[in-house]
Design a protein around this ligand. Structure first.
Ligand code: B1M
Length: 227
């Protein structure tokens, strides 16, 4: 593999954002994801190649390690930040339509709930998985989702809830969205949410962690391609 891509992959896997970033100590004073992505583009490497051969594989490794409890939230946040450092340079190519993404994913923390750390991790991992992410932020009620779905037809929706009290709002949003868009796929997650609750409220998929969300979306995209 190209040397720049290999180094970029390593930076994202281990959370090296840019040259100034002192973390991780063994990569101190070396180029980070930011500089390497810029260099890759200057060397004529296509944004899709950067995404598919460096960023996505690195974030997949990170997601799997996190699912196996081999790394924890701070390490995953550093990797997600490094991925963002790379995305700053390649996002304009996707936004201009020059490079295609796998689809659109609308995500938000449900009404009444201000917790966004887990939701942000899912958003960053999904973006690293090659999707355009529309982040509705926290305290996102049904109306906000409806507006975003109407503006982005064909999107998949993700809902996060961290409070037992706001799980009720998750249920309400799922019911309202399914009533308005019967074929819409809805993915749910957050500390108090379970597989059983997902089934009870009529959502399509529950994931306890970001990698499960990425895998579900990847399978959905593959399924759509084969239809
Ligand atoms: Co709050 N809080 N909090 N809090 N807070 C909890 C959740 C709580 C368990 C603490 C406790 O009492 N032990 C408790 C909830 C109890 C309950 O409902 N049974 C609680 C409470 C009560 C409250 C307030 C009501 C406190 C008060 O004001 N009296 C208040 C509510 C405000 C509101 O939302 N309206 C409140 C406020 C806050 C802060 C603002 C101070 C802050 C949030 C800051 C922020 O998010 N920007 C905060 C925090 C930080 C926490 C704890 C400490 C940490 C939550 C967190 O970020 N975890 C939490 C206690 C704890 O967990 N130890 C607590 C890390 C994060 C990575 O995990 O979000 O679960 P998580 O995400 C995971 C997975 O769940 C999954 O992926 C992530 C990575 O694995 N995931 C998805 C998440 N969303 C997903 C979506 C998917 C798929 C997977 O698909 C779409």
């Amino acid at each position: 593999m190209n040397d720049i891509l290999q180094k970029l992959r390593q930076c994202v896997e281990f959370g090296k954002i840019d040259k100034a970033c002192p973390y991780p100590p063994n990569l101190k004073d070396q180029d980070g994801a930011n500089e390497l992505t810029k260099k890759a583009l200057e060397n004529g490497i296509k944004p899709t190649e950067i995404l598919e051969n460096a960023l996505i594989p690195a974030m997949t490794i990170v997601g799997n390690k996190f699912s196996r409890n081999e790394i924890f939230v701070p390490q995953m946040l550093m990797s997600a930040k490094a991925m963002h450092g790379a995305m700053v340079h390649i996002r304009p190519y996707f936004q201009s339509g020059e490079t295609k993404r796998k689809g659109k994913f609308i995500i938000g923390t449900v009404a009444g709930d201000l917790h966004d750390i887990g939701k942000n991790l899912v958003a960053m991992m999904v973006e690293g998985g090659g999707w355009e992410v529309i982040d509705l932020g926290v305290d996102a009620g049904t109306e906000k989702f409806i507006r975003a779905i109407d503006e982005n037809p064909g999107s998949i929706v993700g809902l996060s809830a961290l409070l037992t009290t706001t799980m009720e709002n998750m249920k309400k949003t799922v019911i309202d969205l399914k009533t308005n868009y019967p074929s819409l796929k809805i993915l749910v997650g957050g500390a108090p949410v379970t597989q059983e609750y997902c089934e009870k409220i009529g959502a399509d998929f529950y994931s306890p962690d970001p990698q499960g969300a990425v895998n579900y979306l990847r399978n959905l995209a593959l399924h759509r391609l084969t239809l």
